[in-house]
Write a protein that binds this ligand. Sequence first.
Ligand SMILES: [Zn+2]
Length: 126
Amino acid sequence: MALPCPCGTGDPYAECCRPLLRGEREATDASALMRSRYTAYVREDERYLLCTWHPSTRPTALALGGQTWLGLTVAAFVMDPQDPARATVTFTALWRDGEGLPRTMRETSRFVREGGQWLYVDGDVS
Ligand SMILES: [Zn+2]
């Protein structure tokens, strides 16, 4: 059986986020980019996370690892009605920390599209 994608679409990984992480395909919208970035956290793909991060807010490096990712739920995906190159995605991610304790993060992330590519800008954790 095909490996399901970590992002929770129910699609096989090979047809969902993998082509994005490999640079074979661009995310079609901010929601797909957000999902692929979650998958990159699961796979500890620092290169993909940094190259989908807007240069104005991009860190120089990420401290990945230490978490066991358990799942992603996208609660809302909103295109900016004034500007089709801006969107927000609200999601909940579940993980277990280094001590095995379950954790939840809910964030509304902002995305912009530049040069045809969606990029993560920043987010508000709630
Ligand atoms: Zn996926």
